[in-house]
Design a protein around this ligand. Structure first.
Ligand SMILES: [Zn+2]
Length: 270
């Protein structure tokens, strides 16, 4: 009991979070990126088509469906002849805020996956600890870097966007623009690719809450029609001409508090 109380105090104080998942059937509590998860499972460090990177600083836990979908993506990438995908953060063992400034990744439904398709051999854990896959976007943010972008990147984004249960895939606006301008044939999947700040070297996949999770109400869906290759995309480039205010740059918004039901999940004995 004392350990449980200590864990709860640490979590509520913003200190060390539990290193083990909360036992029990999968249960997700939260919405809009803020929440927690019970019954999370860990993505293996190596799976067909996948390798985790920066293991010491990252967390690789998720809802069992999330892990299954990511393993499916690894198989799809491997079948397409791609090198192993480098996997970044998923969620902490019990969700909640993640180190590194992520505002989401709290409910076992998010994953960062690098868009590095240059051939690379399997690497040791030590070698993977310091990997920094390069940006695919020009330094001015207005287009992809033609020295790095390949049509295969669009293929990889399509493999991700067509996984079951994908809510959205976030990438830099320049990457979305490249898809808008070059993808032919089936373009339905482009609707799920959404522009966001950063995300120039990785994509962020967000899955919808699986069925049977009443404490995880659905988010507003992406635009119901259209591919998003319109004025809403141009908005991101217009912002490049408008310097962001110093207050915004210096003081990120305080993350919202975890739902009350997360206290039991965060403090449950491991
Ligand atoms: Zn992310």
């Amino acid at each position: 009991m004392r350990n449980v109380l200590l864990a709860l105090v640490l979590v509520l104080a913003g200190g060390a979070a539990p290193m083990t998942p909360a036992p029990g059937p999968p249960r997700i509590v939260g919405q809009g990126g803020t929440g927690c998860i019970q019954g999370a499972v860990r993505l293996p460090d190596e799976a067909p088509g996948l390798q985790t990177i920066r293991l010491a600083k990252s967390s690789f836990w998720g809802h069992p469906d999330t892990i299954a979908h990511l393993r499916d993506l690894g198989l799809r990438a491997k079948a397409a002849g791609f090198p192993d995908l480098y996997m970044g953060d998923l969620s902490a063992p019990r969700g909640g805020p993640l180190a590194g400034g992520h505002m989401s990744h709290q409910m076992g439904l998010d994953a960062d996956i690098y868009l590095d398709l240059t051939p690379h051999p399997p690497r040791s854990h030590a070698q993977r600890e310091t990997l920094e896959p390069p940006s695919l976007v020009r330094p001015d943010g207005r287009a992809v870097d033609p020295a790095r972008w390949r049509p295969e990147h669009a293929t990889l984004l399509k493999l991700a966007a067509t996984l079951p249960g994908v809510d959205r895939v976030l990438v830099n606006a320049a990457i979305k623009k490249q898809l808008c301008e070059t993808v032919t044939g089936d373009r339905a999947w482009i609707r799920l690719i959404r522009p966001w700040w950063g995300h120039a070297s990785h994509m962020h996949i967000n899955f919808i809450c699986p069925a049977g999770q009443p404490e995880c109400p659905p988010r507003p869906a992406p635009p119901p029609s259209g591919d998003g290759c319109d004025a809403s995309l141009q908005w991101w480039f217009d912002q490049l001409d408008t310097p962001r205010t110093p207050q915004l740059a210096a003081k990120p918004p305080k993350p919202p508090a975890l739902p009350a039901a997360c206290r039991a999940i965060m403090s449950a004995p491991g």
